[in-house]
Design a protein around this ligand. Sequence first.
Ligand SMILES: Nc1ncnc2c1ncn2[C@@H]1O[C@H](COP(=O)(O)OP(=O)(O)OP(=O)(O)O)[C@@H](O)[C@H]1O
Ligand SMILES: [Mg+2]
Length: 259
Amino acid sequence: MIKVSGLKKTFRLSKKQMMENGNKEKFKVAVKGIDFEVFDNEIFGLLGPNGAGKTTTMRCLATLISPTEGSINVNGFDGEKEGASVRRQLAFLTSELKLDTHFTPDYTTRFFGRLHGLSEASIESRMNHLFETFDVTPFRHTKIGDLSTGMKQKLSIVVSLIHDPQVIIFDEPTNGLDIITARTVTEYLKQLKTQGKTVIISTHMMHVAERLCDRIAIIMNGEIKAIGTLEEIYQMTGKSTLDDAFFRLYDLAGGEKNV
Ligand SMILES: Nc1ncnc2c1ncn2[C@@H]1O[C@H](COP(=O)(O)OP(=O)(O)OP(=O)(O)O)[C@@H](O)[C@H]1O
Ligand SMILES: [Mg+2]
């Protein structure tokens, strides 16, 4: 279970970033004090436009960056005080993770398994299971640099899950995947949920959120504008599709740009 309380994240901008933004603001408030919980047996979606604060929220959850204010709790462990225990419980997938192109899937996955302190026997069985699930087996001895984008993404997923974590935090997991590959990933996330795991994903694809998530938080400009099941979001907005609900919330927010 994840509990996020009053999460705020402010970035100090470099001179270059200030020039790019075209103003004299020294800080960017990426996340403006948000609260939400994600339960076991649940897939929770963070849905929002570019620059809304999804990745920042997830990086805080994964304890890669510290919140400016507020707190993160993962299965009873505090993100600030017990970061190592939090990290042990979770898988974090982000496009920022780049696997070394010179190595093979087999070598890389073993490496991460050992990093997590798994025995050789459990690495072997977890790796075989995940390679089969994500169709990596035929490519296990191919250099990562020679793999397709989709295969690299699937391998990143395999690597992130090698230690069989309880909490899965996937930032745009289906990005760049064709619909067949995307389906493999979303079906596996559903399986993880039925095993009692806590799953949180970010996306800007409405159909992914609609089909996959039990509850959704619509985040814009660092704030949660609506949170709940699809039905609850339809009720809140008076709309009957997620597209329409999203635009309703966007209009209410004044159509403000995030970046
Ligand atoms: N390290 C940083 N330094 C300065 N600003 C940052 C930093 N990281 C993120 N931001 C800014 O914070 C805001 C939120 O960014 P974030 O990456 O969380 O958005 P996002 O919802 O993940 O967007 P996308 O859908 O494009 O991935 C953006 O305005 C971004 O430019
Ligand atoms: Mg992002």
